[in-house]
Design a protein around this ligand. Sequence first.
Ligand code: FES
Length: 216
Amino acid sequence: MITIELEGRKIRVPEGLTVIEALWDTGHDVKRGIGCLSGLCGACTVAYLEAGAQRVKFGLGCQVVVAEGMNVIMLPYFPSRIARYDMADMANPLQELPGQYPELYACDDCKACNICPEWIHVAGFMKNAKEAAYATVAEKVKDCHLCGLCASRCPKSIAPQYVGLYLQRSCARQQPLPPNLRKRLEEMATFADDADFARVPVMSDDELKDFCRGFL
Ligand code: FES
């Protein structure tokens, strides 16, 4: 057992738990702020101070393992403006970035947004975006979970995560569709696999394994 301070209370929890597991273990009814439990969705951002440390760190509650003397809180969902658009109606989404996210150009590079739990250099990609280095931005934000921690720190109320998402989508639209994705979209459009998927609930374990191998 170790002692940690969790949401302002000193408690003892088994060693080796993640922050989310420690919350559950101590009877917290955590529903909001939890999604995939796999470090992918970004719903579970936490701030924590390790024993003896001065600098607060940020991370994903389903991935950060608690340690003796750690002080940790979950961060609430942070509201941010997201542009509403349909890229299918846009001739060149990249050219429309200034119209969709005009606040981007108010960024004065203060770097307060550099607190990404995935270690993305947020201020760096925002500078790239302002300089129209769009492909660079799309590459840099690949690991973004859209947790919004960067937006929570911006004194100009810019949401870097959505700027990054817009540029990722815009750059992707300039590429040809990968063949496997095109094939899958066609299958979905024609309901080609519906009969097979309808059998899944009644398949034996071996049948299910064979079925899944067919997708590899
Ligand atoms: S619950 Fe999805 S990243 Fe933690």
